[in-house]
Design a binder for this molecule. Structure first.
Ligand code: SF4
Length: 548
């Protein structure tokens, strides 16, 4: 369980019965955390919780009462649940075996704060102050940001509202900038109708648009922090990779629940613990945040929001011509990628060997680059521009075969223009992060045919295959040391494996750039039958456009 779903200050739940106590949106947070854009890299593909009374209430509040009625019918199915169960309850298969079982005692669970620069560095709230001091992280908090796809449910926001109201009544305002990002138009409109957003803005909070917003770097800071200045922000978002949120590699983003972020924003300090510490009110009194309380859902159904933001669907019309200005910097037609050759790949060159973390933000940075998402040539200018060169430790530096120095995307584009296909060598969890398709599209556009690394993040590995790039992992991790930038690479067995629907072994024959010596590196792959067809066609789109 992570920061984003922590239920601090809730009455303790009874062991093993959390599903009876918690709301549908709580389970949504719990499900989205391991499986969506957020934590897919840990390998989770599905999260399941029982259908409960809370699920029924949520469906009703979102005008889907019939779905709740239909779900209830299942309770009478044989094996659907015991007679004591009030609702249809999923049951584990008798004797089911699991790879791993994690037991969480919610009564003992403490809020955690994750970061900086990775969601995986977790510190319990009670230890955070001493960690900040020991690590010499900034003690001043520059901004607190709540909301996002995961943490802007009615319950989350009304719990925060209770805290803001209590602080306001004590005469307190947030000491740091305080931003709120509704995760959808429905929740924004409902929170506006019910006065919650007004509570935030009256306290000095700024309500941003219903979008990924600061989570993906689309946010204008107002606190005057210059790029290159070490500073700390707290967010209830899901990502905190270096440079992601505001393009400043020295911004430390700490992830916590909306309640903890809000408390920190009022304190303006990273060392505040709302469970034990007090703030001083303008009239000199001590103020301690009361336990947050909120409503599971609105008293009346959710607002649908502005008509203009509703999804319209029309049958496709193949005769409609998409007209794009040839001088547009924001839009460009996507040209189909070349099909895979009728042979193994030969003469590839290693563009760069990367060391350390290489997330989808490293491969395709967000923030100001997002305006080029519809223009693949332009956005490709950022490809791998924060990656660390394993040979030199430099960031965004690659060397051509003649030793001349380039940025990584510049050298990639040069090799594309010269007709020289290339590959990238990486370490663990390559492509960690979101489902960002551009992290696969851009290398493909610039001429990448293979990414070989110690391990992949699951979604990125799939995205590469969809764009016709072959993801391989070293059969022996130590073979990472055998291949370097500039080396020439042929594949052995790749074409046959693709033709056999993903069956077969693939090796890389590597000729060292400096000595010409050859070494054969065995690899592993996870190419399925469908994915083999994507790669052979050049991309999934190529294949789908043929109507196959
Ligand atoms: S970018 Fe952030 S807010 Fe947007 S879907 Fe991904 S995790 Fe959620």
């Amino acid at each position: 369980m992570r920061h984003s779903v922590s239920r601090e200050w809730l009455p303790p739940a009874t062991w093993g019965t959390a599903d009876r106590f918690y709301s549908c949106s709580f389970f949504f947070s719990l499900c989205v955390t391991p499986t969506d854009c957020t934590r897919a890299e840990i390998g989770a593909t599905t999260s399941i919780f029982p259908f409960t009374e809370a699920s029924s209430r949520y469906l009703k509040a979102t005008r889907r009462e019939q779905a709740a009625t239909d779900a209830r019918l299942f309770q009478n199915f044989p094996g659907a649940g015991s007679a004591e169960d009030a609702f249809f309850r999923f049951k584990a298969d008798e004797g089911a075996q699991y790879d791993e079982v994690i037991e969480i005692n919610l009564s003992e669970l403490e809020p955690h704060i994750n970061g900086p620069f990775t969601p995986d560095l977790s510190t319990p709230l009670s230890k955070f102050k001493e960690t900040v001091k020991a690590e010499e992280w900034p003690e001043k908090l520059s901004a607190g940001l709540i909301g996002s796809c995961t943490n802007s449910s009615y319950e989350d926001m009304t719990r925060v509202e209770s805290m803001v109201k209590a602080a306001e009544e004590a005469g307190l305002k947030p000491a740091a900038d305080f931003y709120i990002t509704p995760g959808s138009e429905q929740i924004r409109a409902t929170l506006e109708r019910d006065g919650t957003l007004e509570t935030f803005t009256e306290a000095g909070g700024i309500v941003l648009s219903n979008a990924c917003g600061p989570c993906i770097g689309q946010w204008k800071r107002h606190d005057g922090v210059e790029k290159g200045t070490l500073n700390a922000i707290f967010t209830s978002y899901n990502r905190n990779f270096r440079g992601r949120n505001d393009g400043n590699p020295d911004t430390m983003n700490f992830l916590a629940s909306p309640e903890i972020v809000t408390a920190m924003a009022f304190a303006g300090s990273t060392t505040f613990n709302p469970m034990t510490d007090s703030l001083t009110t303008p009239d000199g009194k001590e103020f301690r945040f009361p336990a947050p309380h909120g409503l599971e859902g609105p008293q009346t159904p959710f607002e649908e929001g502005k008509d203009a933001l509703k999804v319209l669907s029309q049958p496709p019309n193949a005769n409609v011509e998409v007209a794009i200005s040839p001088s547009s910097q924001r839009l460009a037609l996507l040209e189909p990628f070349d099909a895979f050759p009728s042979s193994d790949l030969s003469g590839l060159r290693v563009l760069v060997k990367i060391t350390g973390k290489c997330t989808t933000d490293t491969i395709s940075a967000a923030g100001p680059w997002l305006k080029y998402k519809g223009h693949l040539p332009n956005i490709s200018t950022n490809t791998l521009n924060t990656a660390f060169n394993a040979a030199t430790g430099e960031v965004n530096v690659a060397y051509d075969l003649d030793g001349s120095q380039h940025t990584i995307p510049d050298l990639a584009r040069k090799w594309k223009d010269e007709g020289r296909p290339w590959l990238v060598v990486g370490e663990h969890n390559y492509g960690e992060g979101s489902a960002r398709e551009h992290a696969a599209l851009q290398p493909r556009f610039l001429g990448a045919r293979i990414i070989v690394c110690k391990s992949f993040a699951r979604i990125h590995e799939t995205n590469l295959k969809k764009q016709g790039v072959v993801p391989l992992t070293f059969a022996e991790e130590k073979d990472y040391d055998l291949i370097d930038a500039g080396d020439e690479v042929d594949t052995v067995g790749l074409y046959e494996m693709l033709q056999n629907g993903g069956q077969g072994e693939v090796s890389l024959r590597v000729r060292k750039k400096d000595t010409g010596k050859e070494v054969l590196i065995p690899t592993k792959h996870a190419v399925s039958k469908d994915q083999a067809l994507f790669i052979l066609a050049g991309s999934a789109l190529n294949l789908l456009s043929k109507g196959i």
